[in-house]
Write a protein of this length. Structure first.
Length: 244
């Protein structure tokens, strides 16, 4: 995700995922299973599981699917050979791209990701070639009907948030990963519901794309998202609003 509005990009991606419901359900279930296997079935103290469950809620994943994914992580042996890989490179117009993969077949995943980079006119790079451009950032989005601006500012900033951005529709609260739990608790303690909460990768700088370059980038990201092994795609392209 990237661009002039972090939340606008999240919403765009979420809309695309709605068109491939089966794939996103499978991917989130896999993430829940791995999170449980690595940190246990209690989201308290297991940030990865907490974020996976939040993603499941936002995507309306059925509770039975979530329960099965948790049980698989807690007891079954299936999926123990999954490994996490991050691929880095450059997409259309020199856009920096990182691709998070969770796979049980490294060769298959590498070949598929490399194919999409080549097809887009970009190329895979060495580990670390673009990751330095991104940093982990916590994001909460709150609808404006949940609280007035002064209250949001007070609650979020007192809890350790770095910034609060205000738009006509919502508040976008920016935090460090370390402050994520404290801000989440402060919002909950004040009965402020979030529309979205995640820790994601945000680029230091963006490249503004228009016209054909923007269309190519959108097709490239969509193609990566549709690969079974790909969990998340991050880039530093800033797409025009009409492209989102």
């Amino acid at each position: 995700m990237s661009g002039h509005s972090k939340w606008a990009n999240i919403k765009r991606k979420k809309g695309k995922n709605d068109a491939i419901r089966g794939k996103i359900t499978t991917k989130i279930g896999r993430e829940i299973t791995i999170a449980v296997r690595m940190g246990g079935p209690d989201p308290v103290g297991n940030m990865r599981l907490k974020l996976a469950l939040q993603k499941a809620k936002e995507n309306n994943i059925p509770k039975d699917n979530i329960k099965r994914a948790i049980q698989k992580g807690a007891g079954a042996t299936e999926g123990q050979n999954y490994e996490e890989i991050v691929y880095e490179g450059y997409g259309p117009a020199g856009v920096a791209v990182t691709v998070n993969v969770l796979t049980d077949n490294r060769n298959r995943a590498a070949a598929a990701v490399r194919h999409e980079f080549s097809k887009s006119g970009g190329n895979l790079g060495a580990t670390g070639c673009v990751s330095w451009m991104f940093h982990n950032t916590g994001i909460f989005v709150v609808n404006r009907d949940q609280a007035d601006e002064d209250q949001i500012m007070e609650v979020a900033l007192d809890a350790g948030a770095d910034d609060v951005k205000v738009s006509d529709e919502d508040y976008e609260i920016i935090t460090t990963p370390e402050a994520f739990d404290a801000v989440e608790k402060a919002l909950a303690d004040n009965n402020i519901e979030t529309e979205h909460a995640s820790i994601t990768m945000v680029p230091e700088n963006t490249i503004k794309l228009t016209g054909e370059d923007a269309e190519k980038m959108e097709r490239f990201v969509d193609a990566l998202d549709e690969l079974d092994d790909v969990q998340d795609v991050y880039h530093n392209a800033e797409l025009p609003e009409e492209e989102e």
